[in-house]
Design a protein around this ligand. Structure first.
Ligand code: ADP
Ligand code: MG
Length: 266
């Protein structure tokens, strides 16, 4: 009975790094599709006003009537804004430019940091995994994501400045843990846009492992042109070229995450 009870805990994973262009959105969309292909019920929540996760999931963000913005300002429930990414096999709460206004509108509102947490809490047993695609900033929307999450994934490019921003992010996570979400954990650091022939990338990667040990996912996401092309067709790479290195890597990541869950549960 206890086993079953635990099984139903929804995994809420914030995919975050205040740097832009490190592969957050690419990871969200492709991990969502890969987890779905393993039979998981997945909800992706697009928290970036750029709406790239929405576009990449085949949603026309310019013509949205409802988006995550309406959830954060308290006008709609998540269920009311969720649509299906048909090619992706998962559900998505989409976003567009309107979300940029939420930051200002929420400043004087009550419970402004816990809006997303409350909204996700109202989803009953509809999903196994919720992925939160964070904006490239340590702003109120990101704090909402960290407050709602039970785990954090940090995608990073193995380049010279990669470690610099990391301490700001880790400090933000510590603050959220102290004040808003005591059980928040960094689940893992994901090496993205990886080029194995690049000596610097190898050095930074080794450095990451020596600092963070097991927190670094074994799976490495290579730089792969298919991953960059798929969003222009509004599909995850799995539906675009499933034998590409990028598709294989994200399947591996989905498997690694699923296996970790099983090991942690035992
Ligand atoms: P973020 O969400 O962190 O800003 P994105 O996922 O949007 O980053 O990625 C930034 C750019 O790099 C996008 O154009 C994306 O298509 C491309 N990209 C991301 N990951 C890869 C990869 N592994 N290989 C090739 N291109 C990638
Ligand atoms: Mg993004």
């Amino acid at each position: 009975i206890i086993k079953n009870a635990k099984k139903n805990i929804m995994k809420i994973l914030a995919i975050t790094n205040q740097k832009g262009g490190v592969g957050k959105t690419t990871t969200c969309v492709n991990l969502a599709a890969s987890l779905a292909s393993l039979g998981k019920r997945v909800l992706l929540i697009d928290l970036d006003p750029q709406g790239n996760a929405s576009t990449g999931s085949g949603i026309d963000k310019a013509h949205l009537k409802l988006s995550i913005y309406h959830v954060l300002i308290g006008e709609k429930t998540l269920k009311e804004v969720v649509v299906s990414s048909e090619k992706g096999g998962f559900d998505i709460a989409p976003s567009n430019r309107e979300l940029a206004g939420a930051e200002v509108e929420l400043v004087n509102e009550l419970a402004r940091e816990t809006r997303l947490k409350t909204a996700i809490g109202k989803l009953s047993d509809d999903y196994d995994v919720v992925l939160l695609d964070c904006p490239p900033a340590l702003n109120l929307v990101t704090v909402n994501a960290l407050t709602a999450a039970n785990a954090v994934m940090i995608p990073m490019q193995c380049e010279y400045y990669a470690l610099e921003g990391l301490s700001d992010l880790v400090n933000t996570i510590k603050k959220v843990r102290a004040h808003l979400n005591p059980t928040l954990e960094i689940e893992g650091l994901l090496r993205t846009l990886f080029d194995n022939r690049n000596m610097l990338a190898q050095q930074v990667s080794a450095q990451l492992i020596s600092h963070f040990g097991d927190k670094v996912y074994k799976t490495v996401i290579p730089r792969n042109i298919r991953l960059a092309e798929a969003p222009s067709y509004g599909v995850p790479v799995l539906s675009y070229d499933k034998s590409s290195k990028g598709a294989v890597a994200y399947m591996e990541l989905a498997q690694e995450i699923t296996n970790r869950e099983i090991t942690n549960r035992v």
